[in-house]
Design a protein around this ligand. Structure first.
Ligand code: NAP
Ligand code: MG
Length: 479
């Protein structure tokens, strides 16, 4: 079995204790992972601080960009290895893991390619005043990430931070820490100086809490659940440092009767089946206009029935959930929904073909869902779709916005005015019209409204998230 260490100051650091990472397709142990705690986080923060002070933040942007683009090349070189490791650690289908690795490489390429064009501004005040802005790094940034898209989210959060000149401490999730550690090694191979990126695996309440409450970090990026997001926000408040929170979602696909259903159905199904529904931006609610209801639900059901289920590395349509605890949680939601919705398909763990060893859950479809029920309000994080009907656009908008979350809204219609009306009214950070997800969207700013969090990752916007703006003003002598 693979043994891993923490990666601090360019070196592999053994820890006193370890924890086991499991393969959720089989329930078998996959790797014994270093269990970093306060001591390792202290060491990693100190290493990041001295790497920052030794000059990473002052390196020419073009030079930082070259190193980041080399990381992209190395990720692509190791694509198959990384994808297989990600698939085994998370259970996700191999084609999904390959897509995640490709997106990870794109983050390094994108930020490596744009950082030397991240200009400040000159501000026209008056003839006697010269004013300009500088984008400066914070210093040491902390990054706490979830288990659902480890290599993708590690890259999404770390690449722009490194690009602007910060030095990072990354705490991957307990359930899937392996590709983040590989990424750290690839960054060193690409020429990133030691200490610029440190990776400390460990438990949330140990390494995660030590990092989020650390007096030595200048910014924290947290991607994960609402509950832990709250804890992390309180911890960072103690030292008055900014935090970017990328939390959960309960995102709707809104389908009007005039929509092109043949195009919509596979995309709607994929939006909830991808990664077994364990996606922050999963399309977990389906709001459908009365006249299209029967045809749409029948078509979704037909596709759900054809979904293949199996171990991630065998590349099925649907892999397992991340853990037994997660499966129990999903099962609990399904049982509670019995009174407030009509179970049309699924609702249990599939059996046979070796599936009983892993943490599988069948594609599950609820119709006639009461919009106030927990299945329509809370993030299930499983392949569970909740269908609710509407009759008019105003009702669709009201239902779409009627959860605490606000991550994604998708609208399906041929009517341009309806599409834009919904887009304007949606209380979410992203709106998709006649599509979902936009192909990874490395270039597209991404983040939440309401309790889905705040701060923006991805796109040019992330360079602003990870830098602080300084305004310099010079009074010119009177001529
Ligand atoms: P989670 O339980 O909140 O954990 C996220 C990270 O926080 C993990 O690394 C976890 O470590 C750590 N953590 C746990 N307790 C902590 C504490 N007291 N202090 C500091 N850190 C702590 O979330 P998850 O179950 O891994 O991921 C699923 C959630 O992430 C969903 O809600 C999903 O919507 C959200 N998510 C959001 C986005 C987005 O971009 N908006 C993207 C992906 C996922 P351990 O693993 O050791 O517990
Ligand atoms: Mg695992």
């Amino acid at each position: 079995m693979e043994q891993t260490s923490a990666l601090i100051d360019g070196k592999e650091i053994a820890t006193e204790r370890s924890f086991t990472s499991f393969d959720p397709s089989t329930g078998e142990p996959l790797a014994e992972v270093a269990r970093g705690g306060k001591a390792e986080i202290d060491r990693a923060v100190a290493a990041a601080r001295s790497a920052f002070e030794n000059g990473w933040g002052r390196t020419a942007p073009a030079e930082r960009g070259r190193i980041l683009r080399r990381v992209a090349d190395l990720i692509r070189r190791d694509r198959e290895d990384l994808a297989l490791l990600e698939s085994r650690d998370t259970g996700k289908p191999l084609k999904q893991a390959r897509a995640d690795v490709d997106v990870a490489a794109r983050y390094f390429e994108f930020y490596g390619g744009t950082i030397d064009a991240f200009y400040g501004q000159t501000i026209p005040v008056s003839d006697e005043i010269l004013a300009y802005t500088l984008h400066e790094p914070f210093g040491v940034t902390g990054h706490i990430i979830p288990w659902n898209y480890p290599i993708q989210i590690s890259s999404r959060t770390v690449a722009p931070s490194l690009a602007v000149g910060n030095c990072c401490v990354l705490k991957p999730a307990e359930e899937a820490p392996l590709t983040a550690l590989r990424l750290g090694a690839l960054c060193l191979e690409a020429g990133l100086p030691p200490g610029v990126l440190n990776v400390v695996p460990g438990l949330g309440e140990e390494a995660g809490a030590a990092l989020s409450g650390h007096a030595g970090i200048d910014h924290l990026s947290f991607t994960g659940s609402l509950e832990v997001g709250r804890l992390v926000q309180k911890a960072t408040a103690e030292h008055v440092i900014p935090v970017a929170l990328e939390l959960g979602g309960k995102s709707p696909n809104i389908v009007f009767a005039d929509a092109d259903l043949a195009t919509a159905v596979p995309i709607i199904v994929n939006s909830i089946i991808q990664n077994a529904g364990q996606t922050c931006s999963a399309g977990s609610r389906l709001l459908v206009q009365d006249r299209a209801h029967d045809e749409l639900v029948a078509a979704v059901r037909e596709r759900f029935e054809a979904i293949t289920i199996g171990p991630g590395p065998q590349d099925p349509d649907l892999g397992p959930l991340i853990s037994e605890a997660q499966r129990d949680r999903v099962q609990g939601f399904v049982e509670r929904a019995a009174k407030s919705a009509e179970l049309t398909l699924g609702g249990t763990a599939p059996t046979g073909d070796g599936l009983d060893r892993g943490f599988f859950f069948s594609p599950t479809l609820f119709d006639r869902v009461d919009p106030d029920a927990s299945i329509a309000q809370e993030e299930v994080f499983g392949p569970v779709l909740a269908v609710t009907r509407f009759s008019h656009v105003d009702e669709a908008i009201r239902l779409a916005n009627a959860t605490d979350y606000g991550l994604v809204t998708a609208v399906w219609t041929r009517d341009v005015a309806t599409a834009h009306r919904v887009a304007r009214a949606a209380r979410s950070g992203q709106v998709y019209i006649n599509t979902y997800g936009a192909g990874g969207g490395v270039e597209l700013p991404f983040g939440g409204f309401k309790r889905s969090g705040y701060g923006r990752e991805k796109g040019f916007e992330a360079l602003s998230t990870y830098s602080q703006l300084k305004t310099v003003t010079l009074k010119l002598p009177a001529s």
